[in-house]
Design a protein around this ligand. Structure first.
Ligand SMILES: Nc1nc2c(ncn2[C@@H]2O[C@H](COP(=O)(O)OP(=O)(O)O)[C@@H](O)[C@H]2O)c(=O)[nH]1
Ligand SMILES: [Mg+2]
Ligand SMILES: [Zn+2]
Length: 279
């Protein structure tokens, strides 16, 4: 049989399969610490095989993440450099990033429209209010394995709770078994929703994403969808859009077609990559 590991408790794995959630152990000579929540496995009495992963985040461990909701709020003040780094890292890891503006009850119209304008050519921007359990725009996007990332106190845990509450009616057996159980360990667990799974974790920080040293300077611009239309105007194919002559990106920034803030943060990340190469 095939299934998805949704929970791990010592040497016991909860596997979601066509016939429901089954608790299984791994084959004797297979290391338990090599099987992660999010893994697609083949099992019989025991787990026999792990299918190749598309990615693996490490803190907390979670495999095969499809979508990441990078969450911000008017309070605490967003760190857009962090947001931009997360967008780059998600793309490197084959994760589809979303920008989620939470706490719309506290956000002025200005705030949401500034953010939407800044990111309109970059990634989908959604709005939620965990306080009022207003999560419809988010729910629509949930498919595959989804997780939250972002600064502390933006409302990630509140959103996960809001989603879980709304879903508990339709997940049937699964939710009854795991919904109110005490979580003593800090391992991640997947909750089934209508069209996918949400990872119940404190949320991912930069620590769990690939190290900056894994990107080459010349690749960075390729992770900027808002730069893409202007790249063909760069004279040099290896243009880093730093201070080169006849650079399509620099021109587009001057003309206001690419956001100054996005570009300045691009330069900061580029500098960090160069600095990390010197050691
Ligand atoms: N006003 C308001 N407060 C919220 C909202 N979502 C979360 N909070 C509050 O923000 C604080 C941090 O939320 P939490 O979910 O713990 O954030 P996390 O650190 O990202 O997991 C808590 O006091 C929440 O009650 C919201 O939509 N509106
Ligand atoms: Mg939290
Ligand atoms: Zn250029």
């Amino acid at each position: 049989m095939k299934g998805l590991v949704i929970k791990k408790n010592a040497d016991l794995f909860s596997v979601q399969s066509e016939s429901g959630v089954l608790k299984v152990k791994s084959r004797k000579n297979m290391k338990n610490d090599g099987i992660f929540v999010g893994d697609n496995v083949e099992f019989d009495e025991v787990i026999e095989n792990i299918e190749p992963r598309k990615n693996l985040l490490i803190r907390p461990p979670l495999a095969n993440v499809d979508k990441m909701f990078i969450t911000i709020a008017p309070i605490p003040k967003p760190d857009f450099l962090l947001v931009d780094k997360m967008i780059v890292y998600c793309q490197m890891s084959k994760i589809k990033p979303y920008l989620l503006i939470n706490k719309t009850d506290l956000a002025s119209d200005d705030f949401a429209s500034k953010v939407k304008k800044l990111y309109k050519n970059v990634l989908p921007v959604l709005t939620t209010c965990a306080r009022e359990e207003e999560t419809k725009s988010l729910e629509k996007e949930i498919s595959g394995i989804c997780a939250f990332a972002g600064q502390s106190a933006v409302g990630k845990s509140s959103l996960i709770n809001a989603l879980k509450l709304e879903k508990s009616a339709i997940v049937g057996d699964l939710s009854k078994k795991i919904a109110r159980g005490k979580q003593t360990t800090r391992t991640v667990q997947l909750y089934k929703t209508k069209n996918g799974y949400i990872a119940d974790t404190a949320g991912f920080s930069m620590l769990s994403l690939p190290l900056i040293s894994k990107i080459k300077e010349a690749e960075l611009g390729g992770y900027y969808p808002d730069f893409l239309p202007y790249k063909k105007n760069c004279k040099f194919r290896s243009c880093l859009h730093q201070k080169e002559k006849e650079c399509g990106i620099i021109e587009a920034v001057k003309e206001g077609r690419i956001s100054q803030e996005r570009y300045q943060n691009y330069l900061k990340i580029l500098t960090e990559i160069s600095a990390s190469r010197k050691y």
